[in-house]
Design a protein around this ligand. Structure first.
Ligand code: AMP
Ligand code: MG
Length: 394
């Protein structure tokens, strides 16, 4: 299996310590423990007054406000249970009080509070007890999680200015082919837009990879060798498109071999994407030779490269989702078949896949109507309506 062969060989990226806000979207490489109890003190949850619940239980409804307790100040102490302390949300609970009456529930005039009846005053009403959310010594985040907004908040609450995360892979996306012309440049009838490199860069950036460069190399063996040597010396991952079939100008496998890149596999029993090439460079670089047909390039990138890079960063790849075919589909016999589909939820929550087969291998437009593609296994009979297969998002 191509995926296992790739994952067995792709090198894990080292961990590095980065300032917290540079770690958004990265994979955590350390466990994070609470710095102290959370909340760190008995915390007032409403604006109002803090009272002693026993005084309330004795029927006392009139209190003199003796002080004000704001958030960010050390706890004050209530002098007598017949008084109250005005409190703000987020403040420490004053010593000698155990209950917060919110300001909607009383009248205040000249420093005297009159509580409206009926008001409940059980102990710890509107107080979040110290340590209720987490306690020191208990891991709050384990290594391997992706750091989104809530995880960054947890690391900040643990007092960490920097955390250990996986280094980002340095990608070089290389399109090959004499026929290709960048958008923005004049184009002749015999030429083709260099759309693959754009699709690959877009898919990587969408997944949060920040270090993605790209280059274009014509079908010239000498030139290709020089440029790929340079890219190998500066990047962890090379993603090439085109030049991996068996035509006279498909120079990529030979050039990679000359550069000492070890071939792990060449050709996969799948359609589209059969000519895919994968190897490991002399310094452990991952080198993916993706077929040039635009649909193949994107499918192979998402099916193989993206999950392998998630694992290299110590993260669990996004799992494909099972979906249900809503019409029968012809099989590709001994080949796995990647079929673009759009997915629709029916009333029962079932996810139904509507085939959106492209017209041909260059039909990018069809892909805009599909949310992704299905992987249909090799099989001699057609896939019936109702067949369950794995769905990958673009
Ligand atoms: P190749 O694998 O180099 O034989 O390319 C297969 C087909 O994909 C040819 O029709 C190429 O013109 C096309 N192709 C290759 N690379 C790209 C690219 N970067 N963008 C768009 N089409 C491409
Ligand atoms: Mg080519």
């Amino acid at each position: 299996m191509a995926q296992e062969a790739i994952e067995a060989r792709v090198a894990a990226l080292p961990a590095e310590s980065r300032p917290l806000l540079e770690c958004v979207g990265r994979t955590l490489r350390q466990d994070i423990y609470a710095e102290r109890d959370n909340p760190p003190f008995d915390r007032v949850c409403m604006d109002g007054i803090a009272v002693n619940s026993e005084a309330m239980a004795r029927g006392l409804r009139r209190y003199r406000i003796e002080a004000t307790q704001a958030a960010g100040s050390p706890a004050q102490t209530l002098s007598v249970p017949e008084n109250a302390i005005e409190v703000m949300t987020g403040a420490m609970l004053p010593v000698g009080t155990d209950c917060i009456i919110p300001l909607e529930e009383y009248e205040l005039a000249d420093g005297i509070v009159n509580i409206r009846d009926p008001v409940s005053a059980e102990p710890w009403r509107n107080v979040q007890r110290r340590g209720a959310d987490s306690q020191p010594g208990v891991a709050m985040l384990l290594q391997g999680v992706r750091l989104g907004a809530p995880e960054i908040a947890v690391a900040a609450s643990a007092g960490l200015a920097r955390v250990e995360v996986s280094r980002e892979p340095r990608f070089m996306v290389v399109s090959t082919g004499d026929e290709l012309v960048d958008p923005g440049q004049p184009i002749a009838e015999h030429q083709v837009r260099r759309s693959n490199a754009y699709a690959v860069v877009a898919a990587l950036r969408e997944r949060g990879f920040g270090q993605v460069e790209n280059d274009h190399i014509p079908d010239d063996g000498k030139l290709m060798q020089d440029r790929l040597a340079r890219h190998l010396s500066r990047h962890d991952v090379l993603i090439l498109s085109g030049g991996v079939s068996k035509g006279r100008f498909d120079l990529v496998p030979g050039v990679l071999k000359n550069l000492g890149v070890e071939e792990v596999f060449y050709q996969v029993a799948q359609r589209p994407g059969m000519p895919m090439w994968f190897g490991i460079g002399p310094a452990g670089q991952s080198v993916f030779g993706l077929p040039g047909n635009p649909v193949s390039t994107l499918v192979c990138l998402i099916r193989y490269v993206v999950p392998a890079m998630a694992r290299a960063m110590g993260a669990r790849p996004v799992e494909p989702e099972p979906v249900v075919l809503c019409s029968s589909v012809r099989s590709r016999h001994s080949f796995a078949y990647f079929l673009p589909v759009s997915v629709h939820h029916d009333e029962s929550g079932r996810r139904n896949a509507v085939p959106r087969a492209p017209n041909g291998p260059g039909d990018f437009l069809a892909l805009t109507e599909a949310g992704g593609f299905l992987e249909l296994p090799p099989r001699s009979e057609p896939f019936p309506k109702g067949f369950v297969a794995q769905f990958y998002h673009w």
